[in-house]
Design a protein around this ligand. Structure first.
Ligand code: 0GZ
Length: 305
């Protein structure tokens, strides 16, 4: 099947620079996606956007170029609950990729076991309205109960303004809970203000809650962008990510978010995104926890120290 990209779609950045920051050995890119290719793994009829293709081979080439050892491939909403592209990428990785799936209540135990065998270790619940239609919370809670039995966790994606309303649901989840992109703070608000304080309280009061300190390119309002060799990109996001890393050093993850779905104004150079990391994890110890120890404990516990 051939697909036409959403008008204005920005393709991922070809020819990223080599990072200046040297990733610690064994680093994990714990949030990235594959898109299609659409002729092999068609995009879902219920999708809200149609991306460019971004194949497993292209993802693995980026991994090697940037110096990561492993990937966690998160089901992208353009594939709905059809996990074939993500699972195929995990299976093809030679054990170097784990996955996070999207499933419906109708998923069978056998399908869950097959996803587990492919390398899936979590499910994603999405509450960002421009990306998905609403799934009833009782359905999500039922899924959470089933995947807990497999030792999986729940990844949640939501925007900061929606946290108060979702609080009771999130805090009732029975598994480890991983928040995508710090719950999308509005970085024009103060890092010490009430909105971000609620997010920090969410993590502080719930030791099962982790956060990805990813996506500065999405959260930044004033930049500068990770382009043209910029070594001090996305300054406005730094205080937020740094606060989370330093407050919860053993519950943070980092990922490129390649191929960066739905960015509207620019597409970052992924090499420069890696150079963002030492601005938010400022010591070798914090960097090792963020990039190696934490993702290994969550996704490869059998290999973790
Ligand atoms: O903000 C987004 O548009 C976005 C979309 C998706 C997805 O479509 O799965 O994943 C992300 O991590 C971020």
């Amino acid at each position: 099947m051939s697909f036409e990209k959403t008008p204005g779609w920005l393709d991922w950045y070809a020819g990223p620079s080599k990072p200046r920051f040297q990733l610690p050995p064994g680093s994990v890119d714990a949030h990235c996606h594959v898109f299609g290719p659409g002729d092999q793994f068609p995009y879902a009829p219920e999708r809200k956007y149609t991306p460019c293709d971004a194949s497993k081979a292209q993802l693995f080439a980026l991994r090697d170029h940037l110096g990561f050892a492993r990937n966690v491939i998160v089901q992208a909403t353009c594939h709905g609950a059809d996990n074939r592209a993500m699972a195929d990428a995990c299976r093809s990785s030679g054990g170097k990729a784990r996955g996070v799936a999207t499933v419906r209540r109708s998923v069978t135990d056998h399908e869950l076991e097959e996803l587990h065998a492919a390398g899936v270790r979590g499910v994603r619940f999405n509450f960002v309205r421009r990306l998905v239609d609403f799934t009833p919370k009782d359905e999500l809670m039922e899924i959470a109960g089933r995947i807990k039995a497999l030792g999986w966790h729940v990844v949640i994606y939501f925007e900061a303004v929606d946290l108060p309303e979702l609080w009771d649901f999130f805090t009732a989840l029975p598994t480890t809970v991983v928040v995508d992109h710090m719950g999308r703070p509005d970085v024009t608000k103060p890092v010490d203000g009430p909105e971000f304080a609620l997010f920090l309280k969410f993590m502080r009061e719930h030791p099962n809650v982790w956060s990805k300190v990813s996506c500065p390119e999405r959260l930044s309002v004033s930049g500068p962008r990770a382009l043209n060799g910029e070594q001090a990109a996305y300054r406005d996001v730094v205080p937020f990510a740094r606060r989370v890393v330093e407050t919860f050093p053993d519950r943070v993850l980092w990922g490129t978010d390649w191929p960066h779905p739905n960015l509207k104004d620019h597409m970052p150079d992924d090499g420069l995104l890696v150079d963002f990391i030492p601005h938010i994890a400022v010591t070798p110890e914090l960097q090792r926890q963020l990039l190696v120890d934490n993702p290994m404990r969550l996704y490869w516990p059998e290999e973790s120290r």
